[in-house]
Ligand binder design. Structure first.
Ligand code: R5P
Length: 288
């Protein structure tokens, strides 16, 4: 098995390759002055099973992934597996208004067109780990929340898990059971793609070390409002963990409301203090 990486996922791919003892694929990726990609597969992939690790956190990254997968296929590879640690466009898995594109279906359909299997980490619209099917496409979904829970375990004096919206209640409950502490949620009202507000609610957080967990931080609006809520309710510290750190508005504002923010390396950031390399490597080894 040869393991290739797209831009931005190199560290994670190296971690996976060393843990799962796989050959690292050689690839040349450049950009033309007009922004188009140049991709060249340098390893001999003929008849060999190939895996590519590449998160799709931008439109560019999608094109890059499709070009790599198709080039590997053209070069005569055997089975091709796409590992997309952060799967973009997964927040539009339903048609909320007539005529909307089902982006998750389109993107997954395209990845499937170029590969034989798809693996991802905490896909936004999947609520359990393991094998799932969406619109006739099989997806293996891995869960990185136990890794984030381990990160905070034993670090804080009086932990309290706060779910920043109703969608995270299940996760907050599970995490609180592992850590052995209380949890609660606040109700998020989304005003626009960029702005959210939290419904008022009584919650005694005095001197508690609040942990807010979410799958994705995009603009940071959700976490900022949840952190403000925790502070207003007298939390001692506010600690934030997410699997996918998009941080489309940077982390400065988040840093000003939280004591610590940590994300995994599904998208490589300076605060990627939790790695999903073992999780992915373990899954690959199990499949062998
Ligand atoms: C929403 O359902 C997700 O779980 C996140 O809460 C959301 O994507 C965060 O977005 P933002 O950081 O822009 O508030």
């Amino acid at each position: 098995m040869i393991l290739f990486s797209g831009l931005g996922s190199e560290n994670l791919a190296n971690g996976v390759a060393s843990k799962a003892i796989m050959e690292s694929g050689r690839i040349e990726i450049k950009k033309f002055p007009d922004g188009e990609f140049y991709i060249r597969i340098l390893s001999d992939v003929r008849g060999k099973d190939c895996t590519i690790i590449k998160s799709t956190d931008s439109n560019d990254s999608l094109i890059e992934l499709f070009l790599i997968l198709d080039a590997i296929k053209d070069m005569g590879a055997g089975r091709i597996s796409a590992i997309v640690p952060y799967l973009g466009y997964a927040r539009q898995d339903k048609r909320f208004k007539e005529g909307e594109s089902l982006s998750a279906k389109t993107i997954l359909g395209l990845i499937k067109k170029f590969s034989d299997s798809i693996m991802t980490v905490n896909c936004h619209f999947l609520h359990s780990s393991g094998e799932s099917e969406f619109q006739g496409i099989k997806i293996r979904n891995l869960d990185a929340f136990p890794l984030l829970t381990n990160y905070f375990m034993g670090k804080l004096k009086d932990p309290f898990i706060l779910a920043p919206d109703k969608g995270s209640i299940g996760l907050a409950k599970k995490t609180s059971e592992i850590i052995g502490c209380e949890f609660d949620f606040i109700n998020k009202i989304r005003i626009s793609g960029e702005d959210v507000m939290m419904e008022t609610k009584e919650m005694d957080l005095k001197n508690r070390d609040v942990i807010i967990l979410d799958d994705i931080i995009s603009t940071g609006g959700t976490i900022i409002q949840a952190a403000n809520f925790a502070r207003a309710n007298k939390a001692r510290t506010v600690n934030v963990g997410c699997v996918h750190g998009i941080f489309s508005r940077g982390v400065d504002k988040l840093n000003s409301v939280a004591d610590e923010i940590v994300c995994t390396d599904t998208i490589r950031r300076d605060i990627s203090r939790v790695s999903v390399a073992d999780l992915i490597a373990g899954e690959l080894q199990e499949q062998e």
